[in-house]
Design a protein around this ligand. Structure first.
Ligand code: GLU
Length: 445
């Protein structure tokens, strides 16, 4: 029974009409797994991939709340519990106006592979709402989070499903969500991660995704006999993930020359300073979702309206904002400007054609490998909560660094093609095997 990519995709497309992002994420995985599946027919025989593309459960619910003007607002909330073969569902919540079922499913599907790569016992899930936090007051965000949790609480739990942050959901939102969960359930457990340090959060969790992606980049460079010191770097976004990456890059002596927002990007001629890194937090906290004020604050910084950070000449690009934020034209522009490496840090940050081009042309890491440090430290937060203890920053940092090295080694093991490493293939095969074997062992459930 040979595995046929197009036949498989025709079925998935018929089952999930119009779910563009989900189908994009599935196709990438299926294409990289095809040869492997044909070499290991038991996975085809047990229809493991057919089962993996079907979420175990997808919940959609009404989230009513009242804004500061006393007007009633209605949003749609989601939790997609994708795969629990290797552990309780685990994955973030995204609050963004574009959130829909397709986005939740693509993120939950990717999360299953990513969580498997971390080697920790975490299944895959994702959730969120089409709520736009931009410009909302703290009180509005709190009321929204409380209403969201008033439905979500019945579907989650420390041994069932453990949500965390994602785009639009940071420490503030997790605090409000946790408070409401605790109030309803009367349980103080590690049911959410990314919590404040005072109530069970882990040191290094805020930095983890950004630090992890830079560690991953260091391993990629080492593979090519190079180091990160002195490299010029363009980042997109200025949220939590971009902040963590910038912090580690500056510490390691790389030159961060661009960060971006929906309004354009700022070009930082002499490279970002530690003060610039700290200011990224103020920018995010201002809740305006614009990067332009960075140029007013620091000398030698120019704001380029309406353009992406990929216009800046750099050695390494880290997309850290949103899916499909780097397209084929951007990829070609980066390469023409001498870029040697793209480290996808947002989930599915590059379009499918950009990924194919980059994999063939320069070094490219997919988000499910490079950005796994965030969820990995969430897993470590769960362990600390379960033991009722907290580890030192050094202990968590060392574990994160070890996990990122393991993920890199897995990508090399399964992605080696001659003298090149296909990190997309390596991450997909490496993430697949553990989940697939667990599913076979557990029977048809
Ligand atoms: N949202 C992050 C991700 O995409 C973190 C998830 C988590 O910590 O559970 O992996």
């Amino acid at each position: 029974m040979a595995f046929d990519v197009e036949k498989f995709m025709a079925n998935v497309t018929a089952q999930n009409p119009g779910e563009v992002e989900f189908l994009q994420a599935v196709r990438e995985v299926v294409e990289s797994l095809a040869d492997f599946l044909n070499e290991h027919p038991k996975y085809v025989e047990y229809k493991v991939l057919e089962r993996m593309v079907e979420p175990e459960r997808a919940i959609s619910f009404r989230v009513p709340w009242v804004d500061d003007n006393g007007e009633i607002q209605i949003n749609r909330g989601y939790r997609v519990q994708f795969n629990s073969a290797i552990g309780p569902y685990k994955g973030g919540l995204r609050f963004h106006p574009a959130v829909n079922l397709s986005m939740m499913k693509f993120l939950g599907f990717e999360q299953t592979f990513k969580n498997s790569l971390t080697t920790l016992p975490m299944g895959g899930g994702k959730g969120g709402a089409n709520f736009d936090p931009t410009g909302k007051s703290d009180a509005e965000v709190m009321r929204f989070c409380q209403s969201f949790m008033t439905e979500l609480y019945r579907h989650i739990g420390a041994e069932t499903d453990v949500p965390a942050g994602d785009v639009g959901v940071g420490g503030r939102e997790i605090g409000y969500l946790f408070g409401q969960y605790k109030r309803i359930r009367n349980h103080f457990t590690g049911t959410l991660t990314g919590k404040g340090l005072e109530f069970g959060g882990s040191l290094i969790r805020p930095e983890a995704t950004g630090f992890g992606t830079v560690y991953f980049a260091q391993h990629m460079l080492a593979e090519m006999g190079d180091t990160i010191e002195g490299k010029t770097v363009a980042l997109s976004g200025f949220g939590n993930v971009a902040w963590g990456a910038a912090k580690k890059l500056v510490e390691l002596g790389a030159k961060v020359i661009a960060i971006s927002g929906p309004d354009g990007y700022v070009y930082i001629k002499d490279g970002m300073t530690p003060e610039g890194v700290d200011y990224m937090l103020d920018l995010r906290a201002s809740n305006k979702n614009i990067v332009a004020p960075f140029a007013d604050k620091f000398p030698g910084v120019t704001f380029i309206p309406g353009k992406k950070a990929w216009d800046a000449k750099c050695d390494i690009a880290f997309p850290c904002a949103f899916q499909n934020e780097l397209n084929l034209d951007d990829a070609k522009g980066l390469v023409a400007n001498g870029c040697k490496m793209v480290v996808e840090t947002s989930n599915m940050g590059c379009t499918a054609d950009a990924v194919s081009y980059l994999v063939k042309t320069i070094a490219f890491a997919p988000g499910k490998a490079a950005n796994a440090g965030g969820v990995a430290v969430s897993g470590l937060e769960q362990s600390q909560n379960a033991e009722h203890i907290s580890w030192s920053a050094e202990e968590v940092g060392n574990k994160l660094s070890f996990i990122m090295k393991n993920i890199h080694d897995t990508c090399v093991k399964y992605g080696k093609e001659g003298d090149k490493i296909n990190y997309v293939k390596g991450a997909n095969i490496g993430g697949f095997i553990k989940v697939a074997d667990a599913m076979i062992a557990q029977g048809l459930v």
